[in-house]
Design a protein around this ligand. Structure first.
Ligand SMILES: [Zn+2]
Length: 802
């Protein structure tokens, strides 16, 4: 590791100093990392809330018919946000359709036989008169709660803005007709829902050239054909074959970069200047921890928790009501669309690990065919000698005939439930790490040739299915600075490009393992190994040409590991990465910050150069503490799993308000953390969270070569999702994905980034317009209530790029 330049010299000698040297931790330099706070809404709290409500309800029943209109639940809010402004009428909606908001909260049953909906507005009691929601006074006790929610939303806006994770920031979004969105109106998934898009003028010019996708995506109408007669090449009509030599590699940029003493790469205009100031202003880790602490404080506040719990309950019931009223209308809308149905709407598998992207049958067939056809391949170097495939299998006392799914033993069974360690062992075919080394690694003795062939076969399967797409997560560990080049060369050499595939880089949080094995000294080494090559290639693409080309197909970063591991707080104050030489891994929130901050800095520079930028989409909320989800709320574009949000109502409400994407995998959770029927996915969907379905590990959990369809199919059966909901899930998956603007427009409609039905093209998505209008209005009411929480004036642009 001598080649990794760093100022590691000033870190204390770890053989002499205790893991956390007192100087480092007690000094001013130490970091106070906020502890997870109890944002959970426990069973007891829920019980007592219900009891209180039932009591109130019982007391009111016969007696207080006179107090018309005062909301039953004593919360002024239950009636408040449910009243919509005058004159909102939906195109294409039928009477009594989805504008449930016009139905006030239940007044006591005996009050009036006539539904308030049918009454002229002047006969309604004053509290129920339609009017802008924010005109209605909010009870004093709720004002601070809403204020704190508003502040949380603003904090997220701040982090999304600096890191350039919003739609339109990425030069890849500029397809020649979409020219980005102004900072005040954009969010990660498109135009903010509270922007009046009828009066909104999109920018007329873009600062970028039309983004060129290479190889070109197929034309709008095509059919799969096996023209090369073999699974080694992706082949669609009019397809251009990837040819590295034809790729244009831009030259060097004059700016320079350097890691600062706090572990974040900074970009400088003139490296020689005295008192040089970074070009981009990235929030410091202190600032981040202060913000994190604030949000943690909000979500663990008792009244806030129960307030959010009620709002979520309301949203969920409202959706049920909507479905009851509009089921048939939705069905009629969907029937009137020619050609489109569940099978031919585009779906993206938003969370799947490349190393287990094939199913077991596929892997088995591949191993068998290799044993039959090329037993003499030299595949591994063990104990000082080269071994052929045949010799490896002899040493395992196996023949091709012996192999079966059962001997492969890679399916996750009951024994892996709550045992992530056991689950990880399932990655080894036949429990043999040798086979994993040969078949599942990119940097082995055969330079990942087998895995590349296998990957090509899976790509061919995907292209054949045409409507299913993947974002494969592949690892960069941060153990050595050469990992990026190796990976990029593997991709380029084997031409692993497919129209249906994009890549995400997953960074396992394995500091403690590398530390123990001695491959790194401090946490800063990981930051260096992961990010230095990326800054180098951004400054001068010619320094790593393969990496430059590979990165065009990379959409972002992921952070993975077992979240249920306890994060021991071994000291009050934590040091910066340069001094982090303890044997324990830093906590989740610390990892998140360093990925986020370096991505932010990198993104700003890449945009400046017209290169594509990245998003942060970590695994989060599969297990662990509330601070995981909280740090993702601040730093992540979207997350995978998020099942723990079910226990943290205030945070769930915030995720709803910000429409943060959740790539959920109920079948995977079922094997590891939470049984299928208890999975919160259907509840999240009702509330209106931005959820999509994904497979996680088809090798361990799925049986067919269309694992994503299995996922939809099981959800349809167990959760009774109707076709319209499946279509909405599929649409969400495309929106959350990192596919280019040009492709998303083709899949979802030209204006897919507009909120509500304006962004929908039912001919492409098969989602009824009334569904999306319902979602938009419901969200708008909540945002209205949080005091137009997205008031943009308060957001300060922290990027100083000129
Ligand atoms: Zn995963």
């Amino acid at each position: 590791m001598a080649e990794s330049p760093s100022s590691r010299g000033d870190s204390p000698d770890r053989s002499k100093t205790p893991p956390m040297s007192p100087q480092a931790s007690d000094s001013q330099e130490g970091l106070h990392i906020p502890e997870a706070k109890d944002g959970f809404f426990g069973y007891n709290e829920e019980r007592s809330l219900h009891q209180i409500e039932e009591k109130r309800f019982a007391h009111r029943r016969g007696s207080d018919a006179t107090s018309v209109g005062r909301p039953i639940l004593s919360s002024p809010l239950t009636g408040l946000a449910t009243i919509i402004p005058d004159g909102i009428s939906e195109p294409g909606s039928v009477p009594g359709s989805h504008i449930l908001s016009a139905i006030p909260e239940p007044v006591s049953p005996s009050v009036d036989k006539l539904s308030p909906l049918n009454k002229p507005t002047d006969q309604l009691p004053p509290e129920m008169k339609p009017g802008p929601a924010h005109d209605i006074p909010i009870a004093n006790e709720y004002a601070p709660i809403l204020e704190s929610f508003r502040k949380c939303l603003e904090l997220r806006d701040k982090y999304m803005l600096v890191s350039g994770q919003r739609l339109g920031f990425n030069p890849k979004d500029h397809d020649g007709s979409f020219n980005g969105l102004p900072d005040q109106v954009s969010d990660v998934n498109g135009l903010r829902p509270d922007v009046d898009y009828n009066n909104f003028q999109e920018p007329e010019e873009s600062s970028f050239h039309k983004w060129h996708i290479y190889p070109r995506p197929p034309p709008p109408h095509w059919h799969w054909s096996d023209k090369l007669n073999g699974p080694t090449h992706s082949s669609t009509p009019g397809d251009e074959e990837f040819e590295f030599s034809t790729c244009e590699i831009p030259g060097e940029h004059e700016w320079s970069f350097e890691i600062d003493e706090k572990g974040v790469y900074q970009v400088y205009e003139s490296p020689q200047a005295e008192n040089k100031v970074p070009v981009f202003n990235i929030p410091t880790i202190r600032e981040y921890f202060i913000d994190l602490e604030y949000v943690l404080g909000v979500i663990s506040d008792g009244p806030t928790k129960s307030f959010a719990f009620r709002r979520l309950g309301y949203l969920s019931s409202k959706f049920t009501m909507y479905t009851l009223l509009n089921e048939f209308q939705e069905l009629a809308d969907m029937k009137s669309v020619p050609h489109r149905d569940f099978y031919n709407v585009r779906k993206v598998d938003t969370h799947v690990h490349h190393s287990s992207s094939m199913n077991q049958k596929h892997l088995l067939r591949f191993i068998k065919s290799k044993m039959k056809r090329s037993p003499d391949d030299v595949v591994i170097f063990r104990d000082g000698k080269e071994l052929t495939l045949e010799q490896v299998f002899q040493s395992l006392h196996l023949t091709a005939y012996d192999l079966s799914i059962d001997t492969l033993d890679m399916h996750a069974h009951q024994d892996s439930f709550h045992r992530f360690d056991k689950f990880n062992l399932k990655y080894n075919p036949i429990g043999e790490s040798r086979l994993r080394e040969i078949f599942m690694k990119t940097d082995n003795y055969i330079e990942g040739r087998y895995l590349a062939e296998l990957t090509q076969e899976v790509m061919t399967d995907l292209e054949q299915s045409k409507y299913q797409n993947c974002e494969w997560r592949i690892s960069i560990y941060g153990r050595s600075p050469h990992e990026w080049d190796k990976l990029a060369k593997w991709i380029i050499k084997n031409k692993l490009f497919s129209h249906n595939v994009r890549w995400l880089i997953q960074i396992p949080r394995l500091y403690d393992v590398y530390k123990q094995s001695g491959s790194i000294n401090t946490f800063e080494d990981i930051v260096l190994n992961v990010f230095r090559p990326l800054f180098e290639v951004t400054k001068d693409p010619k320094s790593h040409p393969e990496l430059h080309i590979f990165l065009q197909r990379v959409i972002g970063f992921d952070s993975v590991d077992d979240e249920s591991k306890t994060e021991r707080r071994f000291h009050k104050k934590f040091p910066y990465p340069r001094l982090w030489d303890a044997k324990e891994s830093p906590p989740y929130s610390y990892w998140s910050y360093y990925l986020f901050a370096n991505i932010a800095s990198l993104n700003q520079w890449r945009r400046k150069r017209g290169f594509n930028t990245f998003v942060f989409r970590p695994h989060c909320g599969e297990a662990g503490d509330t601070d995981h989800l909280t740090s993702a709320f601040l730093t992540a574009h979207s997350i995978s799993h998020g099942i723990l949000l079910r226990k943290v109502p205030a945070l769930q409400y915030l995720f709803y308000l910000k429409q943060i994407g959740l790539a959920m995998s109920p079948l995977s959770n079922n094997a590891l953390f939470l049984t299928y029927e208890r999975n919160p996915l259907p509840d999240f969907f009702k509330v209106g969270l931005n959820v999509s379905l994904s497979t996680d590990d088809p090798l361990q959990f799925h049986f067919t070569k269309e694992p994503l369809l299995e996922e939809y199919s099981v959800a349809a059966h167990i959760y009774k999702f109707p076709q319209s909901s499946l279509a909405e899930l599929a649409r969400n998956s495309v929106i959350q994905s990192g596919f280019e603007m040009e492709i998303k427009k083709h899949w979802l409609g030209l204006k897919w980034y507009l909120p509500g039905s304006a962004g929908n093209d039912i001919n492409k998505t098969n989602v009824p317009n009334i569904r999306l209008e319902y979602r938009k209005h419901t969200l708008m009411e909540e945002l209205d209530m949080v005091g137009r929480a997205t008031s943009t004036s308060t957001i300060t642009t922290t990027t100083t790029a000129n």
